[in-house]
Design a protein around this ligand. Structure first.
Ligand code: SF4
Length: 716
């Protein structure tokens, strides 16, 4: 038996795994006791990874050879790599030649490794000269990026997992940590058991399992987070609980913010957020007066039309109390995906450039152009996720390359997304699994390797870079994502008549080394790190500069922030209600989220029957009182309808939810809902009804709220 150290491909906790194999097949998996993210532990998803790599599943579910589809709706047929990449090159070159570089778009994924991400970003911005490269991480953490930059000056979570052990108060908001980040939650449970004085405040419209550990639960109404945070600051100011010395020495803009939060009285906040003034006061007291307060937050803040404001308003509380830059304290955004952080680091989004540079900054564009050896990188803003599919639906983007993600299930407002995929003249889908809905729209399917086969790096929520290593050979004709992108780029470079050789990479390490060089002098500088050091010293946090012997555990301990004057900036943001408030025709607030045992569109977890034991089928959850008022019984089929579409699912009573609220898990798509009926032409899971309204700053869509009606489905 061979043992290979690698990383779990699911959530942003980034647990280390040891893959057991017999040389040909993965035979087992266990937690890596030496990995600082999990110290040997794995959750239900991680501990069943080896089953998802079983030969029978590879045979049934994997895309193993390049496939071509002559006409949409027809079955694809097998082609050679040479033919597939030749077709892709020729078609992209034609579209670029006839319509310009912005007529193509790349939609990639936080599941990709940093090396894969780097090549796609350079391919779009450096070779093709379009900023139309965005990622499903836009749906996951772009509000966190914008919130950090707005307040602290850089997109860098200043905290680490060890801070959980040192915190006196943990403020969990908009995160069902117990299910979405289970190994981190276990660490919180242990820290609380060791230190019963620790206070845990949990704030979320749903009383999820995470509430079980809380000393105080704040069931705020959906979308009212900014009002809550401003209300907490109002009380802190009134009670003299802010840290004047820290504010004076290390921040700007507090007076302007004070004027805003003055209006957020306990009465106003209680009424807007639906919580008691007493609970508000207790939360403010514990947050401010604890020796160290750590905030943990995720999609409840990010997936919002006020996502940036929510992030920034929470960070305001840390700056106002000085709970930042010391053990146990700071704002800690949890990343949903295994490498959402790596994508940010290489600038793999429509508005970013390598190493946390901004596409809008001429100096940054010049630096990246010099690094890549190209005359310039484009300054025209690229299309972000929602915009990209809207542009394809409008006929503006004609060729789409989709890698390692399933927008025909995961994007909001599916009718627009599916119209985009139908209208695009050429759709390339680079995938490991043949079972995703997006594969149905592909003109060309390119088979990619996956967990257990890939080689490279990922970065987890605490800025820790870990190695991903192959345990077995690539099955069938599959190739690594970076390799596919590099070969396409080399062919396109030649076809476009460029004299450059921008993609002369033979290994993922050579790509990573170029990425490393791009970070020199930046906040995430990793010039002191190498693959060899990751192999010998284990996973490392950034920054790790030349000469450093280890990565930096915590940021801003010196109180100096990466801004022009070294001071953080309070964000004077206003509270705004959700984009689509409940109304008489659509009287329910629908929210979406994860389950404990499934991942995203279930392309991997859906292959294992045992992972359906926890929640076997899609349901809409409602408060029992709402059900009885509508004469609904457990298991009744109901239409859940928004302004955009309708789906039919069984109803389930859930006292976790407040009145007029509903919840549907994000994981099921059309394949899994095929047993249900629908009022629409197509069934596309919950995203048939979600809204594509997004935060104007981060462009992250409001997947956490849509106004819906719920009516009993009449059986024929
Ligand atoms: Fe994988 Fe996340 Fe579970 Fe860790 S907590 S084993 S990274 S899914």
């Amino acid at each position: 038996m061979t043992e290979t150290r690698s990383t779990c491909p699911y959530c942003g906790v980034g647990c280390g795994v040891i893959i057991e194999s017999d040389g040909a097949q993965v035979t087992g998996v266990r937690g890596d006791p030496d990995h600082p993210a999990n110290f040997g532990r794995l959750c239900t998803k991680g501990s069943t990874l080896h089953h998802t790599a079983a030969p029978a599943i590879t045979k049934q579910a994997r895309l193993l050879h390049p496939m071509r589809r002559e006409h949409r709706g027809e079955a694809p047929y097998r082609v050679s790599w040479d033919s597939a990449l030749g077709l892709a090159t020729e078609t992209f070159a034609q579209v670029i030649g006839e319509h310009g570089p912005d007529a193509v778009g790349f939609y990639i994924s936080g599941q990709l490794l940093t090396e894969d991400y780097y090549v796609f970003n350079k391919l779009a911005k450096g070779l093709i000269c379009t900023n139309n490269v965005d990622t499903n991480s836009r749906l996951c953490m772009s509000s966190a990026v914008a919130g950090y930059k707005m307040t602290l000056g850089a997109d860098a979570p200043p905290t680490c997992y060890d801070d959980v052990d040192d915190a006196g108060c943990i403020f969990i908001v908009g995160s069902n940590t117990a299910w979405a980040h289970p190994i981190l939650f276990r660490r919180i449970e242990e820290a609380k058991a060791r230190n019963p004085q620790m206070k845990i405040v949990f704030c979320d419209p749903r009383r999820t399992d995470t509430a079980e550990i809380a000393d105080l639960y704040l069931p705020i109404l959906p979308g009212t987070d900014v009002m809550l945070f401003h209300g907490l600051l109002h009380i802190m100011l009134w009670e003299g609980w802010t840290n004047g010395a820290y504010i004076a020495a290390h921040t700007n803009g507090f007076d302007e913010l004070k004027a805003t939060v003055r209006e957020c009285t306990p009465e106003t906040v209680s009424q807007t957020c639906g919580i008691t003034k007493e609970d508000l006061f207790t939360a403010a007291k514990w947050f401010a007066t604890s020796p160290a307060t750590l905030s943990l937050y995720c999609q409840g803040l990010n997936q919002s039309s006020s996502g940036t404001a929510k992030n920034a308003a929470l960070i305001n509380l840390h700056l106002a109390t000085g709970h930042i830059g010391k053990p146990g304290a700071g704002p800690f955004s949890l990343t949903g995906q295994p490498n959402a952080m790596g994508g940010r680091e290489v600038g793999g989004l429509a508005n970013l450039l390598s190493a946390h540079r901004d596409m809008a900054d001429p100096q940054h564009r010049a630096e990246v152009a010099a690094l890549w050896g190209v005359p310039s990188v484009p300054d025209k803003p690229g299309k972000t996720a929602v915009e990209m599919f809207q542009a394809a639906a409008d006929g503006e983007i004609k060729a789409l390359w989709i890698a390692c993600t399933n927008p025909a299930q995961s994007m909001p407002d599916q009718s627009t997304v599916r119209r985009a995929l139908e209208r695009a003249e050429f759709v390339v889908v680079q995938e490991s699994f043949a079972t995703t809905s997006t594969c149905d729209y592909a003109d060309l399917l390119l088979p990619a390797t996956t967990w257990g086969e890939k080689d490279g790096t990922v970065t987890n929520s605490e800025r820790r870079i870990s190695r991903v290593r192959p345990a077995v050979a690539a099955p069938g004709s599959t190739r690594h994502d970076w390799h596919i992108a590099v070969e396409f780029a080399q062919r396109l470079e030649k076809r476009l008549g460029r004299a450059t050789k921008l993609f002369a990479y033979a290994t993922p390490e050579s790509i990573w080394n170029e990425h490393r060089e791009s970070t020199r002098g930046r906040d995430l500088d990793i010039t002191g790190l190498s693959y060899a050091m990751l192999d010998s010293a284990g996973p490392q946090q950034w920054p790790l500069r030349t000469g450093d012997s280890a990565g930096r555990k915590r940021l801003y301990e010196d109180g100096v922030f990466p801004t022009a004057d070294g001071k953080a900036k309070f964000a004077n943001v206003a509270y705004k209600p959700v984009a689509e408030p409940r109304e008489s025709r659509f009287p329910f607030s629908l929210t979406t989220g994860r389950l404990r045992d499934h991942w995203h569109g279930m392309s991997r977890t859906g292959t294992l029957g045992r992972l359906f034991g926890h929640v076997p089928e899609p349901v809409v959850q409602m408060n029992p009182s709402d059900m009885s008022r509508r004469l609904l019984k457990e298991g009744d089929l109901v239409h859940v309808t928004s302004k955009r579409g309708s789906i039919v699912v069984p109803v389930q009573a859930s006292p976790e939810l407040g009145f007029s609220q509903a919840f549907i898990a994000m994981h099921w798509g059309s394949e899994y809902l095929s047993g249900c009926t629908s009022t629409g032409a197509q069934i596309a899971g919950v995203n048939a009804i979600t809204t594509s309204s997004y935060c104007p700053t981060s462009k992250q869509p409001e997947l956490k709220h849509a106004a819906v009606k719920i009516l009993k489905a009449e059986l024929p």
